[in-house]
Design a protein around this ligand. Sequence first.
Ligand SMILES: *[C@@H]1O[C@H](CO)[C@@H](O)[C@H](O)[C@H]1NC(C)=O
Ligand SMILES: *[C@@H]1O[C@H](CO)[C@@H](O)[C@H](O)[C@H]1NC(C)=O
Length: 357
Amino acid sequence: MKFSVSSQRSTSHPLLLCILAVFALFATADAATLPALKTLKTTSGYKYGYVYKKAVGTKPTYLLLHGFPSSVFDWKYQIAELTAAGYGVLAPDLLGYGGTDKPAAIEEYVYSKMAKQVKEILDKEGLTQVIGVGHDWGSMFLGRFANFYPTLFPSLVFISVPYLPSQFSVEDINTQTEAAFGYPTFGYMLTMNESRAAGIFEKHPESFLSIMYPQNSSIWITDFCPLGKLRAWVESDKRVALPSYESTADRAYRVALYKAGGFTGPTNWYKSYLRDLDAVANAAIPAGNLILKQPVLFIGGSVDYITRPEVMQQIAGQGQAEGWAPTVEVNILEGGSHWVVLEKHKEVTDLLISRAT
Ligand SMILES: *[C@@H]1O[C@H](CO)[C@@H](O)[C@H](O)[C@H]1NC(C)=O
Ligand SMILES: *[C@@H]1O[C@H](CO)[C@@H](O)[C@H](O)[C@H]1NC(C)=O
């Protein structure tokens, strides 16, 4: 399949418009059936929106932490599938996203502060143990969250982005991936780190979301990852066709979320990490807490060109050899991109259920 926008031209035919409208009705059911958000004003003063569905009986509850540029919306399938099987689910919109507050200050997006805030939601719901699940930046957050509160998580699942006991260096990753794969996988992070990034994305949210959730993710190799390419793409307002896992209604829902909330909060997740603003809190973590003693699973996609499966495998091997992730297992989903939680949702949910303790 080629990525092109040509299929959208056919929408001008009235009969097709009717058929598409009916499809859109069904498709919006996805966004509409996302359970209503509960809210909590944390002691930091920030209001959080979150989905909470209580477990049946003594079944465990999953804490689902989304990544960039997402929201609880990306967990819509896991929420439906896990709750249908009787499991509990707590899925917050993280700071800067969706129904949660979006402070402009970069230093508010450090994991030490955000972990306290999410912990308050768990406390409010009476949850003392949750299976921790992160995707993308939600995985990086989950890793530190588990370092700060090691007994909170009887089991941990990192999707697309693996656990690391220390901060990664963008420069090192770019040098290594350029040598191994012919392009720097994290070149785009330097754009995210610029103060003008949010304004550029806010001018062209459709273009930005189009390259973030493309039909064919190999476009990331040429037009997303290398230095300056993401910015050039969005500034030229380029688009590609929707991926198979996303309807026009789903996309409209995402665009509306970002038109309302903007990109300052979401890009601050990069900025705080790349400025190492959590250095003091990280240095205070006892060395023993950096070792994940509970069962750990990494889930990746075989065609994820940003957070590549080869790198995930290598980091898992390092975690075993160096002893900071002694129990880690890796499951790479064949044909899965960075968005496996949507694209391969049933496989992901089944793997989550297999980790229920
Ligand atoms: C995605 O695009 C690449 C590069 O154009 C192409 O080689 C590959 O076959 C495409 N994959 C799919 C599933 O269409
Ligand atoms: C991100 O931006 C800050 C502030 O401009 C800078 O100090 C830091 O070095 C940048 N990080 C990277 C990896 O370029």
